[in-house]
Design a protein around this ligand. Sequence first.
Ligand SMILES: [Zn+2]
Ligand SMILES: [Zn+2]
Length: 110
Amino acid sequence: MEYQDRVLTCIDCGAEFVFTAGEQLFFYDKQFKNDPKRCKQCKAKRASGGQRVRSETRTTCSECGAETTVPFKPTQGRPVLCRSCFQKHPAKPVPAPETKPDSKLVSDPD
Ligand SMILES: [Zn+2]
Ligand SMILES: [Zn+2]
């Protein structure tokens, strides 16, 4: 049987990748019945650690306005910094929310 390079689409990133004749022969040899579903990059990503894909959120740096991605959902109203701006700002202690002393608590008159 002759094998020809085939172009498949990655189910993860949607990129087209070549399923080469050599790879098809390899698959046939290993009796893999299914075509590869992922491009090499996505396969490598899955192979390394096998952890879930971190969802990166696209956002804009509130300092320089550059587009950046953050590995968390930015909270509204909180500044989001890109990596370079983040490195310019050494970790600042987050001001603790003011706690009101409870001394003024008045119990309801009965
Ligand atoms: Zn891919
Ligand atoms: Zn920035």
